[in-house]
Design a protein around this ligand. Structure first.
Ligand code: NAP
Length: 284
Protein backbone atom coordinates (compact mmCIF):
# COMPACT_ATOMS: atom_id res chain seq x y z
CA UNK A 1 0.00 0.00 0.00
CA UNK A 2 1.19 3.55 -0.74
CA UNK A 3 2.46 5.45 2.26
CA UNK A 4 0.78 8.72 3.17
CA UNK A 5 3.13 11.63 3.86
CA UNK A 6 1.66 14.63 5.65
CA UNK A 7 3.31 18.00 5.03
CA UNK A 8 2.55 20.81 7.46
CA UNK A 9 3.67 24.26 6.31
CA UNK A 10 3.33 23.00 2.72
CA UNK A 11 2.66 26.56 1.52
CA UNK A 12 5.82 27.86 3.18
CA UNK A 13 9.40 28.48 2.11
CA UNK A 14 10.57 24.92 2.77
CA UNK A 15 7.19 23.23 2.38
CA UNK A 16 6.58 24.30 -1.19
CA UNK A 17 9.76 22.75 -2.69
CA UNK A 18 9.26 19.79 -0.34
CA UNK A 19 5.78 19.09 -1.74
CA UNK A 20 7.18 19.31 -5.28
CA UNK A 21 9.97 16.85 -4.43
CA UNK A 22 7.65 14.39 -2.69
CA UNK A 23 5.06 14.59 -5.47
CA UNK A 24 7.61 13.14 -7.90
CA UNK A 25 7.85 9.99 -5.73
CA UNK A 26 5.61 7.01 -4.97
CA UNK A 27 3.92 8.10 -1.77
CA UNK A 28 0.62 9.88 -1.46
CA UNK A 29 1.20 13.49 -0.35
CA UNK A 30 -1.26 15.32 1.89
CA UNK A 31 -0.85 19.07 2.34
CA UNK A 32 -2.13 20.45 5.64
CA UNK A 33 -3.04 24.12 5.40
CA UNK A 34 -5.42 26.67 6.85
CA UNK A 35 -6.62 27.54 3.34
CA UNK A 36 -6.68 24.49 1.03
CA UNK A 37 -7.63 26.56 -2.04
CA UNK A 38 -4.26 28.35 -2.09
CA UNK A 39 -1.96 25.31 -2.45
CA UNK A 40 -4.46 23.66 -4.79
CA UNK A 41 -3.85 26.56 -7.16
CA UNK A 42 -0.09 26.16 -6.75
CA UNK A 43 0.26 22.38 -6.97
CA UNK A 44 -2.81 21.22 -8.91
CA UNK A 45 -4.85 18.07 -8.36
CA UNK A 46 -2.12 15.43 -7.89
CA UNK A 47 -2.10 15.84 -4.09
CA UNK A 48 -4.56 15.65 -1.23
CA UNK A 49 -5.45 18.87 0.63
CA UNK A 50 -6.77 19.07 4.15
CA UNK A 51 -7.83 22.01 6.26
CA UNK A 52 -5.48 22.14 9.23
CA UNK A 53 -4.91 24.74 11.90
CA UNK A 54 -2.66 24.13 14.89
CA UNK A 55 -4.89 26.49 16.84
CA UNK A 56 -8.03 24.44 16.02
CA UNK A 57 -7.62 20.87 17.33
CA UNK A 58 -10.95 19.93 15.70
CA UNK A 59 -9.05 19.96 12.36
CA UNK A 60 -6.39 17.49 13.51
CA UNK A 61 -8.36 14.22 13.21
CA UNK A 62 -8.98 14.41 9.48
CA UNK A 63 -5.46 15.80 8.97
CA UNK A 64 -3.82 12.80 10.63
CA UNK A 65 -6.07 9.96 9.44
CA UNK A 66 -3.96 7.23 7.84
CA UNK A 67 -0.70 9.22 7.94
CA UNK A 68 2.57 7.22 8.02
CA UNK A 69 5.18 9.96 8.03
CA UNK A 70 5.02 13.63 8.91
CA UNK A 71 6.90 16.83 8.09
CA UNK A 72 6.39 19.14 11.04
CA UNK A 73 7.32 22.76 11.59
CA UNK A 74 6.80 25.36 14.25
CA UNK A 75 4.98 28.14 12.39
CA UNK A 76 5.96 31.64 13.43
CA UNK A 77 3.31 33.02 15.78
CA UNK A 78 1.99 29.72 17.14
CA UNK A 79 2.71 28.20 20.53
CA UNK A 80 5.05 25.37 21.46
CA UNK A 81 2.12 23.68 23.26
CA UNK A 82 0.05 23.51 20.08
CA UNK A 83 2.90 21.82 18.21
CA UNK A 84 3.69 19.32 20.96
CA UNK A 85 0.00 18.47 21.44
CA UNK A 86 -0.32 17.93 17.71
CA UNK A 87 2.77 15.69 17.81
CA UNK A 88 1.14 13.68 20.62
CA UNK A 89 -2.01 13.31 18.51
CA UNK A 90 0.14 12.07 15.61
CA UNK A 91 1.82 9.60 17.93
CA UNK A 92 -1.54 8.32 19.24
CA UNK A 93 -2.89 7.59 15.75
CA UNK A 94 0.23 5.63 14.81
CA UNK A 95 2.36 8.03 12.74
CA UNK A 96 5.72 6.28 12.51
CA UNK A 97 8.18 9.02 11.72
CA UNK A 98 8.41 12.79 12.03
CA UNK A 99 10.90 15.12 10.36
CA UNK A 100 11.01 18.40 12.29
CA UNK A 101 12.33 21.68 10.89
CA UNK A 102 14.53 23.21 13.57
CA UNK A 103 17.29 25.78 13.87
CA UNK A 104 21.07 25.34 13.71
CA UNK A 105 22.46 25.23 17.23
CA UNK A 106 19.09 24.47 18.86
CA UNK A 107 20.67 21.76 21.01
CA UNK A 108 22.54 24.47 22.94
CA UNK A 109 19.46 26.64 23.60
CA UNK A 110 17.10 24.83 26.01
CA UNK A 111 14.56 27.68 26.10
CA UNK A 112 14.30 27.98 22.31
CA UNK A 113 10.80 26.87 21.19
CA UNK A 114 12.32 24.58 18.56
CA UNK A 115 14.52 22.89 21.18
CA UNK A 116 11.54 22.33 23.46
CA UNK A 117 9.70 20.69 20.57
CA UNK A 118 12.76 18.56 19.69
CA UNK A 119 12.98 17.33 23.28
CA UNK A 120 9.28 16.52 23.28
CA UNK A 121 9.48 14.56 20.02
CA UNK A 122 12.25 12.40 21.47
CA UNK A 123 9.82 11.29 24.18
CA UNK A 124 7.15 10.06 21.77
CA UNK A 125 6.96 6.61 20.18
CA UNK A 126 7.65 8.11 16.77
CA UNK A 127 11.11 7.99 15.29
CA UNK A 128 12.31 11.44 14.37
CA UNK A 129 14.81 13.37 12.28
CA UNK A 130 15.75 16.87 13.38
CA UNK A 131 16.64 19.20 10.52
CA UNK A 132 18.58 22.04 12.13
CA UNK A 133 18.95 24.64 9.43
CA UNK A 134 20.97 27.85 9.38
CA UNK A 135 19.58 31.17 8.06
CA UNK A 136 17.62 30.64 4.83
CA UNK A 137 19.03 32.47 1.82
CA UNK A 138 15.35 32.97 0.85
CA UNK A 139 15.09 35.56 3.66
CA UNK A 140 16.82 37.85 1.15
CA UNK A 141 13.90 37.55 -1.29
CA UNK A 142 11.21 37.49 1.39
CA UNK A 143 11.85 39.64 4.48
CA UNK A 144 14.65 41.79 3.00
CA UNK A 145 13.61 42.11 -0.63
CA UNK A 146 12.08 45.60 -0.40
CA UNK A 147 15.37 47.33 0.49
CA UNK A 148 17.19 45.52 -2.32
CA UNK A 149 14.58 46.41 -4.94
CA UNK A 150 13.76 49.95 -3.81
CA UNK A 151 17.15 51.16 -2.52
CA UNK A 152 19.74 48.76 -3.98
CA UNK A 153 20.69 47.99 -0.42
CA UNK A 154 21.28 44.99 1.85
CA UNK A 155 19.87 46.34 5.10
CA UNK A 156 21.18 44.28 8.05
CA UNK A 157 22.69 45.37 11.39
CA UNK A 158 25.27 42.60 11.13
CA UNK A 159 28.62 44.41 10.96
CA UNK A 160 31.35 42.27 9.43
CA UNK A 161 29.84 39.06 10.81
CA UNK A 162 29.48 36.01 8.59
CA UNK A 163 26.48 33.77 8.01
CA UNK A 164 26.35 30.21 6.61
CA UNK A 165 23.40 30.91 4.28
CA UNK A 166 21.42 27.75 3.53
CA UNK A 167 19.08 27.52 0.57
CA UNK A 168 15.60 26.43 1.66
CA UNK A 169 15.39 24.30 -1.48
CA UNK A 170 18.27 22.21 -0.10
CA UNK A 171 16.52 21.93 3.26
CA UNK A 172 13.44 20.69 1.38
CA UNK A 173 15.51 18.17 -0.58
CA UNK A 174 16.96 16.84 2.67
CA UNK A 175 13.49 16.65 4.20
CA UNK A 176 12.26 14.67 1.19
CA UNK A 177 15.21 12.30 1.60
CA UNK A 178 14.65 11.61 5.28
CA UNK A 179 10.92 11.15 4.75
CA UNK A 180 11.30 8.64 1.93
CA UNK A 181 14.46 6.71 2.88
CA UNK A 182 15.28 4.72 5.96
CA UNK A 183 18.42 5.18 8.03
CA UNK A 184 17.64 8.66 9.35
CA UNK A 185 15.72 7.60 12.44
CA UNK A 186 16.52 9.46 15.66
CA UNK A 187 19.19 11.57 14.01
CA UNK A 188 19.86 15.32 13.89
CA UNK A 189 21.36 17.01 10.86
CA UNK A 190 23.00 20.43 10.76
CA UNK A 191 22.06 22.01 7.45
CA UNK A 192 24.11 24.92 6.13
CA UNK A 193 25.30 26.32 2.85
CA UNK A 194 28.79 25.62 1.54
CA UNK A 195 30.47 28.78 2.87
CA UNK A 196 30.18 31.55 5.43
CA UNK A 197 29.87 35.00 3.83
CA UNK A 198 29.63 38.47 5.30
CA UNK A 199 27.18 40.98 3.85
CA UNK A 200 29.95 42.89 2.02
CA UNK A 201 30.59 39.66 0.08
CA UNK A 202 26.88 39.08 -0.45
CA UNK A 203 26.49 42.64 -1.77
CA UNK A 204 29.32 41.98 -4.23
CA UNK A 205 27.55 38.81 -5.43
CA UNK A 206 24.29 40.73 -5.91
CA UNK A 207 26.04 43.54 -7.80
CA UNK A 208 27.78 41.08 -10.07
CA UNK A 209 24.78 38.87 -10.83
CA UNK A 210 22.19 41.67 -11.14
CA UNK A 211 24.65 43.93 -12.97
CA UNK A 212 23.84 46.98 -10.86
CA UNK A 213 25.54 48.23 -7.67
CA UNK A 214 24.03 46.84 -4.48
CA UNK A 215 25.55 48.17 -1.27
CA UNK A 216 25.61 46.85 2.27
CA UNK A 217 24.05 49.41 4.64
CA UNK A 218 24.94 48.03 8.10
CA UNK A 219 22.53 50.31 10.03
CA UNK A 220 22.47 50.60 13.81
CA UNK A 221 20.14 48.18 15.56
CA UNK A 222 17.77 51.01 16.40
CA UNK A 223 17.58 52.28 12.81
CA UNK A 224 17.05 48.72 11.59
CA UNK A 225 14.32 48.06 14.16
CA UNK A 226 12.49 51.30 13.32
CA UNK A 227 12.54 50.62 9.61
CA UNK A 228 11.39 47.01 9.90
CA UNK A 229 8.61 48.06 12.25
CA UNK A 230 7.54 50.76 9.76
CA UNK A 231 7.49 48.09 7.05
CA UNK A 232 4.82 46.29 9.05
CA UNK A 233 6.75 43.50 10.76
CA UNK A 234 5.49 42.71 14.26
CA UNK A 235 7.46 43.99 17.28
CA UNK A 236 8.19 40.37 18.28
CA UNK A 237 9.62 39.51 14.87
CA UNK A 238 11.65 42.74 14.75
CA UNK A 239 13.11 41.95 18.19
CA UNK A 240 13.91 38.41 17.01
CA UNK A 241 15.74 39.76 13.95
CA UNK A 242 17.72 42.29 15.99
CA UNK A 243 18.83 39.51 18.36
CA UNK A 244 19.67 37.20 15.44
CA UNK A 245 21.79 39.80 13.60
CA UNK A 246 23.53 40.73 16.85
CA UNK A 247 24.70 37.12 17.05
CA UNK A 248 25.87 37.34 13.42
CA UNK A 249 27.74 40.56 14.26
CA UNK A 250 29.53 38.71 17.07
CA UNK A 251 30.79 36.15 14.54
CA UNK A 252 28.81 33.21 15.91
CA UNK A 253 26.73 32.31 12.83
CA UNK A 254 29.35 31.13 10.39
CA UNK A 255 29.53 27.40 11.10
CA UNK A 256 29.32 25.25 7.97
CA UNK A 257 28.84 21.49 7.85
CA UNK A 258 28.94 18.68 5.26
CA UNK A 259 25.50 17.29 6.13
CA UNK A 260 23.68 18.61 3.04
CA UNK A 261 26.33 17.23 0.71
CA UNK A 262 26.47 13.89 2.55
CA UNK A 263 22.70 13.50 2.42
CA UNK A 264 22.09 14.76 -1.12
CA UNK A 265 25.31 13.59 -2.79
CA UNK A 266 25.92 17.07 -4.19
CA UNK A 267 27.16 20.35 -2.71
CA UNK A 268 24.63 22.76 -1.23
CA UNK A 269 23.55 25.72 -3.35
CA UNK A 270 25.61 28.89 -3.09
CA UNK A 271 24.35 32.45 -2.54
CA UNK A 272 25.41 33.19 -6.15
CA UNK A 273 23.16 30.39 -7.46
CA UNK A 274 20.32 31.72 -5.33
CA UNK A 275 20.64 35.29 -6.63
CA UNK A 276 20.82 34.05 -10.22
CA UNK A 277 17.76 31.82 -9.77
CA UNK A 278 15.72 34.57 -8.08
CA UNK A 279 17.13 37.50 -10.11
CA UNK A 280 13.71 38.58 -11.41
CA UNK A 281 12.49 39.11 -7.85
CA UNK A 282 15.27 41.61 -7.23
CA UNK A 283 14.43 43.77 -10.23
CA UNK A 284 12.01 46.64 -9.70
N1 NAP B 1 13.84 31.68 7.96
C1 NAP B 1 14.94 31.09 8.40
O1 NAP B 1 16.05 31.58 8.16
C2 NAP B 1 14.86 29.81 9.18
C3 NAP B 1 16.01 29.05 9.39
C4 NAP B 1 15.90 27.85 10.12
C5 NAP B 1 14.67 27.44 10.62
N2 NAP B 1 13.57 28.22 10.38
C6 NAP B 1 12.27 27.77 10.93
O2 NAP B 1 11.45 27.34 9.86
C7 NAP B 1 10.08 27.42 10.29
C8 NAP B 1 9.26 28.13 9.23
O3 NAP B 1 9.34 27.38 8.03
P1 NAP B 1 9.10 28.09 6.63
O4 NAP B 1 9.98 29.31 6.54
O5 NAP B 1 9.18 27.05 5.58
O6 NAP B 1 7.58 28.57 6.78
P2 NAP B 1 6.95 29.96 6.35
O7 NAP B 1 7.37 30.29 4.95
O8 NAP B 1 7.22 30.94 7.44
O9 NAP B 1 5.42 29.61 6.32
C9 NAP B 1 4.71 29.30 7.50
C10 NAP B 1 3.88 28.05 7.25
O10 NAP B 1 3.22 27.72 8.47
C11 NAP B 1 1.87 27.46 8.21
N3 NAP B 1 1.09 27.92 9.36
C12 NAP B 1 1.07 29.16 9.90
N4 NAP B 1 0.24 29.20 10.94
C13 NAP B 1 -0.30 27.97 11.07
C14 NAP B 1 -1.25 27.39 11.96
N5 NAP B 1 -1.84 28.08 12.95
N6 NAP B 1 -1.56 26.09 11.80
C15 NAP B 1 -1.00 25.37 10.81
N7 NAP B 1 -0.10 25.85 9.93
C16 NAP B 1 0.24 27.15 10.05
C17 NAP B 1 1.52 28.23 6.96
O11 NAP B 1 0.54 27.46 6.27
P3 NAP B 1 -0.89 28.01 5.77
O12 NAP B 1 -0.77 29.52 5.71
O13 NAP B 1 -1.05 27.38 4.43
O14 NAP B 1 -1.85 27.51 6.77
C18 NAP B 1 2.84 28.24 6.19
O15 NAP B 1 2.93 27.16 5.29
C19 NAP B 1 10.07 28.22 11.60
O16 NAP B 1 9.96 27.32 12.68
C20 NAP B 1 11.45 28.88 11.59
O17 NAP B 1 11.91 29.19 12.87
C21 NAP B 1 13.61 29.36 9.66
Amino acid sequence: MRETLLVTGGTGTVGEPLVRALSAGDASVRIATRSPDNPRETFGDGQEYVEFDLDRPETWGETLAGVDRLFLLYPPGTGVGEVTEFADAADRVGVEHVAFLSILGAEKLPVLPHRRIETHLARTNMSYTLLRASWFTQNLSEVHRAEIVERDELFFPAGDGVLSFTDARDVAAVAATVLTESGHENRAYDLTGPAALDFHEVAAVFSDVLDRPIKYADPSRLTFARQMYRRGFSPGFVAFMVAEYSVVRLGRSGRTTDDVETLLGRPPRTVREFVADYADEFRA
